[in-house]
Design a protein around this ligand. Structure first.
Ligand SMILES: *Cc1c(COP(=O)(O)O)cnc(C)c1O
Length: 390
């Protein structure tokens, strides 16, 4: 579809499904549930996978394949499969690769629904999980058991924006023969490529910065060919496929991913610097601020700091809620990675069901606020946060 030696932006724009006889410039939408065959032999050979042909859109579709190919190029991955949501990607990846009796070692601060999978659903199939503290990487190896099969992490984490050394995870995975899976959602393939540091698989929720405009849900897993083959076979039979319409939207979004992410990060750094200078703010965590505890690691493995900032308001839960109530321009919403800046208070919302002790174990203090910095005029975003802090 494209020249692998061309630049990131060129590939994001010029990788395109084959043109039809109409010679359209922009790729059309292939809203078709199935595809036709020439004759009985063509049909047999297609089902036997002797030919690379689209059969049914639960398996493959031209719009979905274009989206997958772009993410593979961006992540440096040989293969991939796209899903209806990020959680479908997370669930199907684990379900395809694990057997009853297998064990996962995961960073403690994972996305809420991923945590629910590990604690509520996987134990039904006798798949268990041990967690390690992201800020104590020296404890990872002691969590590994003889039946451990997968090492899983997110970096930066949600919502506390902690960072883990991906190269270290790669070394541990190789030493213990584990499959290293990284949820790379917060960084996007533009900022960080975990395969380069030893990851076997990379997962994204495409709902976030990949769509970037808060419109559609989507997910993807890319990486080692043999593992993706297992994930593909599981998914073609269980049905979590991305819709062609959403694939079309997401592939269009990827054309502007580099320019959008550059601007998101430029704005986020300015917002982070403002917050750090404000007397009512206790602590600011942003990967590219020198004060971030893992600043050196962030610089080593990330091209930019991302668009998510976590900060701590003086005065705990009630101060956090008051701050949220005073916000005017920014949105109060569960999404992130949108053009619109979004502010959330995890302790009173997404993580309110946890005890204070459980929250602290995943770095969520009572006054923690998460900001997903958007693409508005950055002075307007800063002014809104400023008036809400006072
Ligand atoms: C949002 C998110 C997911 C889940 O993605 P959906 O598209 O909402 O299903 C998984 N991991 C991380 C880190 C996320 O932020």
């Amino acid at each position: 579809m494209s020249n692998p030696s061309s630049g990131f932006e060129t590939q994001a724009i010029r990788t395109q499904a084959e043109r039809s006889h109409y010679l359209e410039h922009s790729v059309p939408l292939y809203l078709t549930s199935s595809f036709i065959f020439e004759d009985a032999e063509d049909m047999r050979a297609s089902f036997a996978e002797e030919k690379e042909k689209n059969i049914y859109s639960r398996f493959t579709n031209p719009n979905t394949s274009e989206f997958v190919e772009k993410i593979c190029q961006m992540e440096g991955a040989p293969a991939g499969y796209a899903f209806a949501t990020g959680m479908a990607a997370v669930y199907s990846t684990f379900a395809a690769l694990l057997n009853s009796g297998d064990h996962i070692v995961s960073v403690g601060s994972v996305f809420g629904s991923t945590h629910t999978l590990f604690t509520k659903y996987f134990p039904k199939w006798n798949i268990t999980t041990s967690y390690f503290d992201i800020n104590k990487p020296e404890t990872i190896e002691s969590a590994i058991q003889p039946n451990t099969k997968i090492l899983f992490a997110e970096s930066p984490t949600n919502p506390a924006v902690d960072i883990i050394d991906l190269e270290l995870l790669g070394e541990i995975a190789r030493k213990h023969n584990l499959i290293l899976i990284i949820d790379n959602c917060f960084a996007t393939p533009y900022i960080q490529n975990p395969i380069q540091f030893g990851a076997d698989l990379v997962i994204h929720s495409a709902t976030k910065l990949i769509d970037g405009q808060g419109r559609v849900l989507g997910g993807i897993a890319v990486g080692r060919e043999d593992l993706i083959r297992e994930i593909y076979l599981f998914s073609r039979n269980t049905g979590p496929a991305l819709s062609p319409f959403n694939a079309w939207v997401l592939s269009k979004s990827l054309e502007t991913l580099p320019v959008r992410v550059e601007k998101h990060c430029e704005n986020a750094l300015k917002v982070a610097e403002f917050l750090e200078s404000h007397p009512n703010v206790k602590q600011v965590k942003y990967p590219f601020l020198k004060s971030h505890p893992q600043y050196e690691t962030a610089k080593k493995q990330m091209r930019l700091g991302g668009n998510i900032i976590a900060f701590e308001i003086q005065g705990g839960i009630s101060a956090g809620r008051k701050f949220i109530d005073k916000i005017q321009l920014c949105s109060l919403s569960a999404n992130l990675g949108d053009t619109r800046t979004i502010v959330t208070h995890p302790a009173s919302t997404t993580h309110s069901k946890l005890t204070e002790e459980e929250r602290l174990a995943v770095s969520i203090t009572d006054g923690l606020v998460r900001v997903s910095v958007g693409l508005e005029t950055v002075a307007d975003v800063i002014n809104d946060l400023k008036q809400a802090l006072e």
